[in-house]
Design a protein around this ligand. Sequence first.
Ligand SMILES: NC(=O)c1ccc[n+]([C@@H]2O[C@H](COP(=O)([O-])OP(=O)(O)OC[C@H]3O[C@@H](n4cnc5c(N)ncnc54)[C@H](O)[C@@H]3O)[C@@H](O)[C@H]2O)c1
Ligand SMILES: [Zn+2]
Ligand SMILES: [Zn+2]
Length: 382
Amino acid sequence: MRAMVYRGPYKIRVEEKDIPAIEHPNDAIIRVTLAAICGSDLHLYHGLMPDTRIGHTFGHEFIGVVHEVGSSVQNLSVGDRVMVPFNIFCGSCWYCARGLYSNCHNVNANATAVGGIYGYSHTTGGYDGGQSQFVRVPFADVGPVPRPDWMHDEDAVLLTDAAATGYFGAQLGDIAEGDTVVVLGAGPVGLIAAQSSWLMGAGRVIVIDQLEERLAKARSMAYAETFNFTEYDDIVVEMKKQTDYLGADVVIEAVGAEADGSFLQHVTGTKLKLQGGSPIALNWAIDSVRKGGTIGVVGAYGPVPNAVKFGDALNKGLTLNMNQTPVKRQWPRMFEHVRNGHLTPREMVTHRFELEDIAEAYHVFSAKLDGCIKPLVLPSAA
Ligand SMILES: NC(=O)c1ccc[n+]([C@@H]2O[C@H](COP(=O)([O-])OP(=O)(O)OC[C@H]3O[C@@H](n4cnc5c(N)ncnc54)[C@H](O)[C@@H]3O)[C@@H](O)[C@H]2O)c1
Ligand SMILES: [Zn+2]
Ligand SMILES: [Zn+2]
């Protein structure tokens, strides 16, 4: 089969690999029909994720058709069209029993903090991902769900991570009726966080980014007020002005550790790696939210502490909620929202690349060329 393969930072190739085999009776092999590149994949591409090994196949957003099932699989049959959450989880440990699927304790021998994720380095278990023609899906009775007939393929693939994460970010914000919500980042995650904020009762939704095409999308897709942080001396002061100098009730951080906006943090965080990334978006969240307010963090951070304004967060009495998204937990409600048009994930798809051209796709998405907001990957049948 053809598969995307990592060869080192900024080096992606498509190579011939063996079709994965069933390794456990509850495995399934899925033939991938549509995949995507996530903002999180860029952290791998840039060489910022520890233990990203040469030869690893990325890809944690994918849908496909069941190609083979292990002997104990009961919920799937060959030929079923399925969508696969990005989390690998057992469904029965202490954490899974409480819906904390992204914190499953049985799927990642390499770390105790994070569970298993497809194609996301050996730090999250070393599972090969779905930017390929076939992928092995462990715990096949637990994660995958049949794709509803009415659902568009492009909505389905985005529900496996980006859209679910945006919705989760808004949930983490614990939005009350009428709240002013600031969303940092107008990438795919931030865009859906903005749409979701309205569904959860927000009275005002403000989106901040530096890329005009993404801010335009935030206006057309989520009816948000938008601010380009490069146009202000201090975007935090502007947010104070916008909120009667109180601050926002809720801030959703949908940027993560590769944030721009501070040269010093950028150099020490992502260039020299003196800290685990740049905490600028997190610090803007802490500074922009009002005292007693809530921050929902879905932007990705490494395990190493950053120069985070933790004392300010404490003194302001903030609530910080965060996690990797437990995707399957979001699906029942999200499916309804997609069906009735209140969430429109596929509106943010700007590019579609053949798997053979995935190196170009990573380059375009990483450098934010050609107005790229969300690239999909089409693995043609083997
Ligand atoms: N928690 C989870 O389960 C989960 C799942 C998916 C993605 N993520 C993370 O969420 C984040 C967003 O993902 P994405 O796919 O939308 O990524 P993306 O890279 O497409 O979007 C990030 C956006 O943030 C903007 N930005 C940079 N610095 C900023 C700043 N200081 N303030 C405001 N905006 C700023 C960028 O211009 C970009 O548009 C990433 O860190 C990703 O790893 C987490
Ligand atoms: Zn992702
Ligand atoms: Zn578990």
